[in-house]
Ligand binder design. Sequence first.
Ligand code: FES
Length: 128
Amino acid sequence: MLIEVAKVRDVPPGGLKAVEAGGKEIVLANGDGKIYAIARRCGHMNAPLEKGTLAGNILTCPMHGARFDVTTGKVKSEPPEGGPMPSGLPESFVHHMERLGSLMAEIKTYDLPTYRVQVEGNTIKVEI
Ligand code: FES
C-alpha cells in the first residue's frame, strides 16, 4: 500500500525528514537527488536518525556514529571506539566510562528496513 508522507520540497538534497506511515517510523533521505526511505530508529540503540547527518547515501547516527547506507539499510560501520580518556578526570568517572565502553562493545548494530519510495509530482509516497 502506498501512503503519502511528505512533499518533495520537505526533503531537499542532503535533507532528512522523519515521517510516520502505517504505524512505522521512517526517515526520508535525499542524499543524491533521489529520495530513500529507511527505518527511523538506529539499529544500535534506537536514536532518531533524522537528527544525524547525510553524506551522499550514508547516514551517520547522531548518538554514537554508526553509519547506514540509505539505499539498502545495511550497516556500513559500527560506532567508532572511544579514544583514550583525558588525564585529570575523577577516578570514579573514568571507571564508569570504562564500564560503559565495555558494555557498548557488546551491543551489535543491526541493518535497518528500507521502504520503496514513489514520487508523484510534488508528493512523496512510501510503500508499507
Ligand atoms: S544509537 Fe545510533 S550509533 Fe548508537
